[in-house]
Design a protein around this ligand. Structure first.
Ligand SMILES: [Zn+2]
Length: 338
């Protein structure tokens, strides 16, 4: 098969479009013919060496396609089924797996990091890692598991609903644009935070009620001003160290800070007094469950969520796709098509 591999970590030009062996399914495994694979920041970090992988390695965590082969013992999925890949690999036996939290598995990994992923014509995954896509078309489906699944997981944990005001950092990016749409679908008022006024029109088109360009105004003052001085009841933060302290300052009393990762550094200065005296809740979110992904696929099938595809590129242009994602100008998702 054709695949994009890297033989050493480094800059985008280590990504090489080449021939690789076809994956053969072992017991309990299926092979998916890849229709589309979305590019995530996780891919960038692995390629650059922040997440070591076996070499040569095939990236690709967000995959949709059709099941074309199955190993012995596979009973739950038939050839020809259109699926997305559930990205979390778990052992199924540790105390967290047994409690239904595979994303906290003591031996967790991700498809495309711990194993070869979807930057290829074919990918092999455990049977437990496929989810039927129903009527959601393959490109849309590939754009959903990591960003929409994770955003759903966080906003559901925060019990977002009518009456909430949700502030979303980085609202034009993959995770942010998912959070805006999901928050609106749950009945909340949404303040979209963007870095650069040129993204305002995009986030408004997703349904955002207000837009704050935190590249040019103070996000804390602007959030207070939009909420009658109270602050947001939920802040959706996937930027990390640069923003955490401000996220706390943006919250209303009793507010929930949903922390889903970082694109800036890991350290932040937080006014701890606000956390206890205003009974703030800090909610960490790592990955997502299969049910989270099934939920967002259903909402997409019903027309309530629509992943925005910023760019589609052939698999052979993976280097360009990484450069686009690293440019930070992205609105929505970048897809690779084998
Ligand atoms: Zn486990």
């Amino acid at each position: 098969m054709k695949a994009v591999r890297y033989h050493k970590s480094g800059a985008p030009d280590v990504l090489t479009y080449e021939d690789a062996p076809d994956p053969r399914p072992g017991p309990g495994e299926v092979v998916v013919r890849v229709a589309a694979c979305a590019v995530n920041r996780l891919d960038i970090w692995a390629r650059s060496g922040r997440y070591p992988t076996q070499l040569p390695h095939i990236l690709g965590t967000d995959v949709s396609g059709e099941v074309v082969d199955a190993g012995t013992g596979v009973v739950g999925v038939e050839k020809g089924t259109h699926v997305v890949v559930y990205p979390v690999i778990s052992d199924g036996t540790c105390q967290f797996c047994l409690k239904g939290m595979p994303n906290l598995c003591l031996r967790r990994g991700f498809v495309g990091i711990a194993t070869d992923g979807g930057y290829a014509e074919l990918v092999k995954v455990p049977e437990a890692n496929v989810i039927p896509t129903g009527t959601v078309e393959p490109k849309m489906a590939a754009a959903m598991p990591v960003d929409f699944g994770t955003a759903w997981s966080g906003l559901a944990k925060a019990k977002v609903g009518a009456g909430d005001v949700v502030l979303v950092w980085g609202a034009a990016g993959g995770l942010g644009h998912a959070a805006v749409q999901i928050s609106k679908s749950l009945g909340a008022e949404v303040i979209a935070g963007v870095n650069g006024a040129t993204k305002a029109g995009f986030v408004k088109s997703l349904g955002a009620d207000h837009v704050i360009d935190y590249g040019s105004v103070d996000i804390v003052e602007a959030t207070k001003s939009l909420t009658g001085g109270l602050g947001a009841s939920v802040v959706f933060d996937h930027v990390g160290g640069e923003t955490w302290g401000k996220s706390v300052d943006c919250l209303a009393r009793g507010g929930r800070l949903v922390s889903l990762g970082l694109t800036s550094g890991p350290k932040s200065e937080v006014d701890v007094r606000r956390v206890y005296s205003d009974e703030l809740k800090i909610m960490g979110v790592y990955g997502q469950s299969k049910a989270d992904i099934a939920n967002v696929l259903k909402l997409a099938a019903d027309g309530k969520l629509t992943p925005s595809i910023y760019k589609e590129l052939p698999l052979s242009s993976a280097k360009e796709a990484h450069e686009v994602v690293e440019s930070r100008g992205v609105r929505g998702k970048v897809l690779l098509l084998p």
